[in-house]
Design a protein around this ligand. Structure first.
Ligand SMILES: [Zn+2]
Length: 99
């Protein structure tokens, strides 16, 4: 009489979790939100432009780049005429937001 010890250990091989989804690459324009400086030239001074609700148009006082600014949303590059900006007033983003 033979007792058959069946000792099969069922090993389940799980495939390692792979990160799904693609990481969103950080936009260089996020510098405007994160560091409050122009992504193009690093200037911290801007001309105030037209506002629309919670969003704001700002023009870099250093290089003239214009941005749609509505934190925490990623800023967008815009192009509208200089005459809609207060070119004589150089403000930091913080000053613009609190004015
Ligand atoms: Zn600039």
């Amino acid at each position: 009489m033979t007792s058959n010890h069946d000792s099969t250990s069922a090993q389940q091989t799980e495939s390692p979790h792979e990160p799904g989804g693609l990481p969103v690459p950080p936009s260089p324009l996020d510098r405007l939100n994160d560091e409050c400086v122009c992504p193009d030239c690093g200037s911290a001074h801007f001309n105030r432009g037209p506002t629309a609700g919670l969003s704001l148009n700002v023009r870099c006082a250093g290089c003239g780049s214009k941005f749609w600014y509505s934190p925490p949303f990623t800023p967008a590059r815009i192009d509208n005429p200089d005459c809609v900006y207060q070119l004589g007033t150089r403000l930091t983003l913080e000053q613009i937001l609190t004015h």
